[in-house]
Each structure stands twice: as structure tokens, then as C-alpha cells.
Design a protein around this ligand. Structure first.
Ligand code: NAD
Length: 413
């Protein structure tokens, strides 16, 4: 049996994934609203296919519980999928993780062996230097606790498929018993499994996210180089770059393409946390620093591009608020940074539309005062210039709406 702490994108997918494999899974979360939505068979965020899977397993293999003691008593595996947001000086905030570990350890009343597995993204050396010593310091009870990590690579909008058809499963372990138990748990999935050290497991996740962030910042810097030289068809140039056999048919091409900078929950905080961790260990990663700086500056550059030559009383249209198409996630979304930069520069008359993220955007950024619209049409009719900020497919038709100036910040039109 498995207990999963945190029922967000990663935790819900993990819980339902294990339930789908035939394991009995308890889901634990501290967010009452989120649990009520889930208990009603609904998904609290936009994620295709997930509602169907939830309703298949809810109250059979997957139980959302408030009785943590019962869940822990019955479980051999405890997975942590809680948030690890920005902490001090850009490091990862591990408060939620340690709180869930405390809840677990306090609920253990017997001497059954259990493995505590961190699926949340945590900087390399966190398990070895913080979690393992923390758990082992809990006294005799810790003799029957294994500590492991199992980083998650799913993409929002593809959570279910990315879990069920993962490219690889990484198990960061330092004891044979935990390793064997985790191999057993995942055995039926037929996915390559790599068993590595605690710190290697954590590092692999950051290797992946920082490379993706680097590709994005590199592409944005190259687009600026092309802009300043002039006469360069930027979108065409990048599309031709992708025709190289070494890129062709590769999903990574969407990262080697200019846009509004990386956003969302993972890449900004993870690049920042790895930079902070390396600095704390005495090494400053310069490439990573420039990747972060480029990303921090791109929203201001784009805001200037949108408002170039525009009087401050004119209206700006913004198409797209989520950090990427196919998602209603607005955490660290470039749209908020671009809008803020325009407002700071005196452009207060902003009209915005997104197919699914308006509600989330309003809730997350109550201080951003703009006019929310119900359609591309409405944005078009009210604005003097229109910026495409998220690459939703439906925004392609904005060109047909009239002859207003359009700034294609995603190079997609
Ligand atoms: N979202 C992604 O695409 C993605 C992909 C891979 C890895 N990750 C990593 O996985 C982790 C979770 O990300 P997410 O997007 O699922 O986050 P999320 O914000 O969607 O969900 C986190 C959940 O944890 C709950 N929680 C917080 N403290 C708790 C506690 N003490 N006990 C029980 N529940 C608690 C919150 O209420 C929330 O529902 C992060 O470390 C993230 O970096 C995310």
C-alpha cells in the first residue's frame, strides 16, 4: 500500500498511476478545497484525461483520507509530492516537505519497514545531507525507515501519459531494501529503471530542467541578436535550424525556439535553486547565471517591443495568460511579468484573453488590474496593438481580424 502526500499535478498523477497499477493508494493533502473538489470526482486544475482516471479509481484503489495514522499504518511506501517553491536567496523551500515527513514519522506506531520517497524536486544533496540525517535522528523508529528519491519528469498537460509511458524511472537509494521495494512497486510498468545514489537522482532532474531553460534563454538571446542586426526572419531561421537531422522529429525543438522566456512552476524555481545550491557549495555556475538573467530581462524587452511608439493612453491587447498553451497554470507566467512591465511604464489600458486561464490569473495576481475579455474578438476590437503572449493554436486566426498591429511574441503567426 502507498500513501501520497500532496495531490497536485505530480501527487495526483502518482497516486492514480499506482492505483491504476493495482496498488491501494491513500491520498493526503492539507488543502481542504482541493480535497473536496477531488472527492466530487473533479480535477482542481486543467489536465486532460485525468478526470476519467480519477473517477475510475476514486474510493476503490484510491482513497482521499484525513486519517493519516490509518494511511501510514497500512502503507509500506510513502511518497512526497508536495510543493518545493522559491525559498531564501532563490534556494528551494523545503518547509512543506519536512512538514509531511514529520506527519509521517509521528504517525508510525509499529516496526514495519517503510520507505519514504521524495518525488518533489529537491536540490542535489538534500536527501543525503538533510532528509536522511533528519529521519535517522528520530531515534529507534528510524531503524525501520528507508529514505529514497524518485524525481518526476512529467509535463503539465500530459501528466497521465508522461507517468504511464515515462522514458525512465530514477530511483535514488542508499539501501538495498528500499531499492528492492521500489523496483517491485514499478516492475509491471516495463519502463527502464535506473538505480543511482541519492544525490545523483536529484541531480538528474536538475540536469534536465536547467538544460531546457538554457535552450530557451539561448534562443531568446539569439532572437535579440537577430533583431539588433536586422533583416533576419527569426521564426524561419529557427524552423530551418530544426530541420537538421540532429533535431528533426525531436520534441526538444519547442525549447530551442524564441518566445517570452520560460515560466510555470518548475524551470524558474529549479534553475534558481540549482544556482543557489552550487553557490552555497562554493562554485558559481556562470552559464546558469546568464540563463537566469536573460530570462529575468526578457519580459521587459518584450514589453518595450509591444509598446514601441505607442502613446500611453492607447490600449494594448494581450492574448494568452497561462505559461504555455494547453494549461491553466499561471505560476511564474511570462504574461504577468510582461503586463507588470507595461503597467510600470505607464500603459494602464490593457485588454487580455486566455481560453482557460483567466480565473486562475485573477486569483493568483489580484493586484494586476486589467480588462479581462471573453474572446480574441473582444481584445482585437478594444486594442490599438495586440501581443500574442501564449502560443495557443486559436490565436493564429488573429491575423484575419483586421489590420491592427500585432506583435507576435511567440513567433507563431
Ligand atoms: N508541475 C510539474 O510539471 C512538475 C513536474 C515535475 C516535478 N514537479 C515537482 O513536484 C513537486 C510538486 O509539484 P506540483 O506541480 O504537483 O505542485 P502543486 O502545487 O500542484 O501540488 C502540491 C500539493 O501539495 C500539498 N501540500 C503541501 N504541503 C502538504 C503537506 N504537508 N501534506 C500534504 N499535502 C501538502 C498542497 O496543498 C498541494 O495540493 C514540486 O517539487 C515540483 O517542482 C512538478
Amino acid at each position: 500500500m502507498v500513501t501520497v502526500f500532496g495531490l497536485g499535478f505530480v501527487g495526483l498523477t502518482t497516486a492514480l498511476g499506482f492505483a491504476h497499477l493495482g496498488h491501494k493508494v491513500y491520498g493526503v493533502d492539507v488543502d481542504e478545497k482541493r480535497k473536496n473538489i477531488l472527492r466530487n470526482g473533479q480535477i482542481p486544475f486543467f489536465e486532460p484525461y485525468m478526470e476519467e482516471v480519477l473517477n475510475k479509481h476514486l474510493n476503490s484503489n484510491f482513497i482521499i483520507t484525513d486519517d493519516v495514522e490509518e494511511a501510514i499504518r497500512n502503507s509500506e511506501y510513502v511518497f512526497y509530492c508536495v510543493g518545493t517553491p522559491y525559498g531564501e536567496m532563490g534556494s528551494a523551500d523545503l518547509t512543506y516537505l519536512f512538514s509531511a515527513i514529520d506527519t509521517t514519522v509521528n504517525a508510525i506506531k509499529d516496526d514495519k519497514f517503510r520507505v519514504l520517497v521524495t518525488k518533489s524536486t529537491i536540490p542535489p544533496a538534500t536527501t543525503a545531507e538533510k532528509i536522511y540525517p533528519y529521519v535517522k535522528a528520530k531515534g529507534k523508529i528510524a531503524d525501520n525507515i528507508g529514505v529514497a528519491n524518485n524525481p518526476e519528469f512529467l509535463r503539465e498537460g500530459h501528466c497521465w501519459k508522461d507517468f504511464i509511458e515515462a522514458d525512465r524511472i530514477i530511483l535514488g537509494c542508499n539501501d538495498e531494501r528500499s531499492k528492492e521495494m521500489l523496483l517491485d512497486l514499478y516492475r509491471d510498468m516495463n519502463i527502464p529503471i535506473k538505480c543511482v545514489s541519492h544525490s545523483t537522482g536529484e541531480f538528474i532532474k536538475y540536469l534536465s530542467n536547467t538544460l531546457l531553460a538554457t535552450l530557451i534563454s539561448y534562443s531568446n538571446e539569439m532572437a535579440q541578436v537577430a533583431d539588433c542586426i536586422g533583416g533576419i526572419e527569426i521564426a524561419e531561421a529557427f524552423k530551418i535550424l530544426h530541420m537538421d537531422k540532429r533535431w528533426n522529429d525531436c520534441n526538444m525543438t519547442s525549447y530551442a525556439y524564441p518566445g517570452c522566456g520560460y515560466g510555470g512552476y518548475c524551470l524558474p524555481k529549479d534553475t534558481s535553486a540549482l544556482y543557489s545550491q552550487a553557490k552555497a557549495k562554493g562554485f558559481e555556475p556562470k552559464i546558469l547565471k546568464n540563463v537566469i538573467d536573460t530570462n529575468d530581462n526578457i519580459s521587459k524587452t518584450i514589453a518595450k517591443k509591444i509598446t514601441n511608439g505607442l502613446d500611453r493612453d492607447k490600449a494594448v491587447g494581450v492574448l494568452g495568460l497561462s505559461f504555455k498553451p494547453g494549461s491553466d497554470d499561471v505560476r511564474d507566467t511570462p504574461a504577468a511579468k510582461i503586463i507588470n512591465a507595461m503597467v510600470e511604464d505607464g500603459y494602464n489600458n490593457i485588454y487580455a484573453y486566455d481560453p482557460i486561464a483567466i480565473k486562475e490569473f485573477k486569483e493568483k495576481y489580484p493586484d494586476i488590474i486589467i480588462n479581462y475579455c471573453e474572446s480574441i474578438d473582444e481584445v482585437h476590437d478594444n486594442s490599438d496593438v495586440i501581443a500574442v503572449v501564449t502560443a495557443w493554436e486559436e490565436f493564429k486566426k488573429v491575423k484575419e481580424f483586421g489590420n491592427k498591429k500585432i506583435i507576435d511574441c511567440r513567433y507563431m503567426l
